[in-house]
Ligand binder design. Structure first.
Ligand code: CO8
Length: 257
């Protein structure tokens, strides 16, 4: 399938989605989000894909929602269409999604990266929530997810002033998992995604669900949830194979599904 606003390819068991509106720094138009949702759905259904990389260009992961498309909308327009509600699909994807961010990740672009399971950043990456400068506030989780990532003080400063954070600051603050030289970003993201895709799919889904649970419940409930999911993995062939392979000092051959 070909798309107008994204490029899609697979590298072994890794699905890659590249945001591709170069004339607008990958601004997130309705068309782009529609393409993104379709591509995610296709990778989610594809048994040959075990992990997904979401990336942009050297200059921009995405410079936010498309301001030109949004500027004339009225309150009734955005309220009735529930503007942005369809933009959350990345966060609902069950397969791991890694954001590989170079250049600008602003507004909805930063929010989109934060919806992924983790962010690998190029040393050129710049993160920000500049919506306040447009007379609005973040609308796709920026006030909520950024605060959970970096804490109240830094999130508040960024959301209130629109200041950008560079890659080094983003790593110090815990927004990104790692920073790599820009020229190595894509290869590194593919490598990490391939590592995940080679593991037991049941264990990978369970791990993702359990870490995400920590955002939505108390510590006691989260630990109980984790323990039960941990127990359930003893029902899989991959648990038998993974532990047997360790004891036999060989690489595990997971079934992956
Ligand atoms: N929307 C539409 N067009 C854009 C956007 C955008 N967000 N960002 C850049 N462009 C366009 C520019 O208009 C320009 O087009 P043209 O050549 O036709 O004039 C082209 O991309 C190149 O941009 P610049 O010339 O401005 O490039 P610079 O290198 O000088 O500056 C910046 C780069 C700093 C990134 C600058 O473009 C900028 O400030 N962009 C806007 C950033 C912004 O405010 N983002 C927040 C948008 S609001 C939002 O995201 C609300 C969240 C909604 C939820 C989203 C859910 C996922």
């Amino acid at each position: 399938m070909t798309y107008e606003n994204i490029l899609v390819e697979t590298h072994g068991k890794v699905g890659v989605i590249r945001l591709n509106r170069p004339h607008a720094l990958n601004a997130l138009s309705a068309g782009l989000i529609e393409d993104l949702n379709k591509a995610l759905e296709a990778f989610e259904a594809d048994k040959g894909v075990g992990a997904i990389v979401l990336t942009g260009s050297e200059k921009a992961f995405a410079a936010g929602a498309d301001i030109k498309e949004m500027q004339d909308k009225t309150f009734a327009d955005v309220f009735i269409e529930d503007f942005i509600s369809k933009w959350e699909n990345v966060a609902k994807t069950r397969k791991p999604v890694i954001a590989a961010v170079a250049g600008f990740a602003l507004g909805g672009g930063c929010e989109l990266a934060m919806m992924c399971d983790f962010i690998l950043a190029a040393d050129t990456a710049k993160f920000g929530q500049p919506e306040i400068k447009l007379g609005v506030i973040p609308g796709a989780g920026g006030t909520q997810r950024l605060t959970r990532f970096v804490g109240k003080s830094k999130a508040m400063e960024m959301v209130l002033t629109g200041r950008m954070m560079d890659a080094a600051e983003a790593e110090r603050a815990g927004l990104v998992s790692r920073v790599v030289p820009a020229a190595q970003l894509f290869e590194e993201a593919l490598k990490v995604a391939a590592t995940i895709a080679a593991l037991s799919a049941a264990a990978v889904y369970a791990a993702k669900e359990s870490v995400n649970r920590s955002y939505e419940t108390t510590l006691t409930e989260g630990i109980r949830f984790e323990r039960r999911i941990f127990h359930s993995l003893f029902a899989t062939e991959d648990q038998k194979e993974g532990m047997k392979a360790f004891v036999e000092k060989r690489a595990a051959a997971f079934r992956n599904r």
